[in-house]
Design a binder for this molecule. Structure first.
Ligand code: LLP
Length: 428
C-alpha cells in the first residue's frame, strides 16, 4: 500500500507534511489520530463539483455516524454541506457548531417524541420516517405545532448489496424502512394532511463497491416514483443514501466517489427524463467515503511475542479505539516509523484488550520493528473514533488536525473524564 498523500519518509523517519510523526507523538502521545484537513476539504470541493446537475438541485449529506465532532461540523457548515443526524447527541453536537439546521436530515428507526420535538424546534430540514408508528408519533406532534414538517419516507428497496451481513440494510428482513411492497404505503401518503411528504429515502448498506447495486436501487426507487405519479402523487425529493466503498487494503478496488457521482448524475438525469418524473432535489448521504481516507492512527509498539505460527506485535490501543476488525472482520494496513531496513516478516497486530478478538491486523508483512517504534494504521477516519469505547477502562485517544499548523480536534480522554458521574458505594 502506498503512503497516504502528504506523508513521506525522510532519512527513514515518517513525516506528515513538515511535521515529524515522532515529534507529534512525543507531544501528544499515542494512540493518536491524525486528520488531514486539507485533503478532506479538497475532497469536499471535488465531490460538490462532481455531483451537480442542471436538471435538479443536488446536495451531499455527510452521514454523521462515521464521525460526529464539532470540528467536522464546523468545516461542513463552512462549506455549506448537509449532514444527517440520528440522535440527540448528534443533534446537539451540530447545534454546538451553530450548524444550519436547514441542512440537516433526521434519521433513526426509533426516534423518541423528545427527539422529534427538539428537532422541530431546531428547524431540521427533513425528517426521515422509518416506520408507521414513528409516522403517527410525528403526526401527533405536528398537530400541536405550526411549523411545516417536511418528511421523507425511508423505504426498503430490497436490493441485497454485496457487503458484510451487519452492514446490509435492504434485505427483506432489515430493521430499517418500510418495505417497498407494503400495500398501505400509498394509501397513507395519499391520506396524509399534517406532514408535508416530499419523497423517499433509501440506503442499501455500507462499504459497497459494486456500482450496479447503486444504479439498481436508484432505478427501483425511480420506478416507484413513476408508479406514484401514475396515481397522481407527485413527490419532488429523493435521498439515495450512502454506502460507497473505500479501499482499506490492496485487496479492495479503488472507488473514486467523484468519478462515480459524475456517472450517477448522468444516469439519474437520463432515467428521470425517461420516466418523465418531476424530481427537483436529489441528495446522497456518504459517511465513510467522505472521511475515512483522511485519518490514520499512530500507536506505539510494545511487546513483541512469538507463538507457534505467529509473531505478535502488541500496540497500545486496539478494539477500544477500533472495533471494526473484531466486529466486521474489517481489514487494515499499516506502516512503521521509523522505516527499518530489515527484511520483512509476517506479523499479527494485537491490541491491549482482554479479548482474543482484539486483533487489529491479522497478517501484515513489515520490516521487523523494535519495541518503542510507531505503527500507523491507515484509513481510520470512519467508524473508529465514532465507535470507540472505554472497555477495560482504557481511555479514548486524541485527534489532531495537521495542516500548516496543528489543531487539537479532540483532547485525549483523562481518567477524570472517565470517572465523571461514576459514584462510590457507601456502607449503609
Ligand atoms: N445513510 C444512512 C441512513 C446510514 O445508515 C448510513 C450508514 C449512511 C448513510 C452512510 O453509509 P456510509 O457511506 O458511511 O457507508 N459501523 C459500520 C458502518 C455502519 C453504517 C451505518 N449506516 C462500519 O464500521 O463499517
Amino acid at each position: 500500500m502506498n503512503l497516504p498523500l502528504n506523508y513521506h519518509y525522510k532519512n527513514g523517519e515518517l513525516y506528515m507534511k513538515k511535521f515529524k510523526i515522532e515529534e507529534l507523538v512525543k507531544t501528544y502521545g499515542t494512540p493518536l489520530l491524525i486528520f488531514d484537513e486539507e485533503r478532506f476539504i479538497d475532497h469536499l470541493l471535488e465531490l460538490e463539483t462532481a455531483f451537480r446537475s442542471t436538471r435538479f438541485k443536488t446536495g451531499i449529506v455527510y452521514a454523521s455516524k462515521a464521525l460526529s465532532l464539532p470540528y467536522i461540523y464546523d468545516i461542513l457548515e463552512y462549506y455549506k454541506y448537509y449532514i444527517d443526524i440520528v440522535s440527540f447527541g448528534e443533534m446537539l453536537t451540530a447545534k454546538a457548531s451553530d450548524f444550519n439546521f436547514k441542512h440537516v436530515f433526521f434519521h433513526g428507526n426509533n426516534k423518541s417524541s423528545k427527539e422529534l420535538m427538539k428537532a422541530i424546534e431546531l428547524g431540521v430540514a427533513y425528517f426521515v420516517i422509518d416506520n408507521y408508528e414513528e409516522w403517527d408519533r410525528l403526526k401527533t406532534i405536528a398537530k400541536t405545532r405550526k411549523e411545516e414538517i417536511k418528511v421523507l419516507i425511508r423505504i426498503n428497496p430490497r436490493v441485497e448489496a454485496e457487503t458484510h451481513e451487519f452492514i446490509k440494510t435492504a434485505t427483506p428482513d432489515s430493521k430499517f424502512g418500510i418495505d417497498i411492497e407494503d400495500n398501505h404505503l400509498i394509501q397513507r401518503i395519499r391520506g396524509e394532511r399534517d406532514l408535508n411528504i416530499q419523497g423517499f429515502h433509501i440506503h442499501i448498506g455500507s462499504q459497497i463497491f459494486r456500482k450496479d447495486s447503486f444504479f439498481k436501487a436508484a432505478n427501483i426507487l425511480l420506478d416507484y416514483y413513476k408508479k406514484l405519479k401514475e396515481q397522481d402523487i407527485i413527490l419532488p425529493v429523493i435521498n439515495l443514501g450512502g454506502g460507497f466503498g473505500v479501499a482499506y487494503t490492496e485487496k479492495d478496488e479503488a472507488f473514486s466517489l467523484a468519478d462515480f457521482l459524475k456517472d450517477y448524475v448522468l444516469f439519474l438525469e437520463h432515467e428521470i427524463k425517461n420516466k418523465d418524473l418531476a424530481i427537483k432535489e436529489i441528495y446522497i448521504e456518504p459517511g465513510r467515503s467522505l472521511i475515512n481516507d483522511y485519518m490514520n492512527t499512530v500507536y506505539e509498539i510494545g511487546t513483541k511475542k512469538r507463538v507457534p505460527g505467529k509473531n505478535y506485535l502488541f500496540i497500545d490501543g486496539g478494539m477500544g479505539d477500533n472495533i471494526r476488525p473484531a466486529l466486521y472482520g474489517a481489514e487494515y494496513t499499516a506502516i512503521t516509523d521509523p522505516k527499518r531496513p530489515n527484511d520483512k516478516m509476517d506479523f499479527t497486530i494485537g491490541g491491549k484488550f482482554c479479548e482474543s478478538s482484539d486483533i487489529l491486523i491479522d497478517r501484515i508483512s513489515l520490516p521487523d520493528p523494535e519495541t518503542g517504534d510507531r505503527l500507523m494504521v491507515l484509513g481510520t477516519g470512519a467508524y473508529t473514533y465514532a465507535m470507540a469505547s472505554n472497555y477495560n477502562r482504557f481511555l479514548k485517544p486524541m485527534i489532531i488536525s495537521v495542516h500548516d499548523d496543528i489543531h487539537t480536534m479532540v483532547e485525549r480522554q483523562s481518567i477524570e473524564d472517565l470517572l465523571k458521574g461514576e459514584n462510590h458505594w457507601k456502607i449503609r
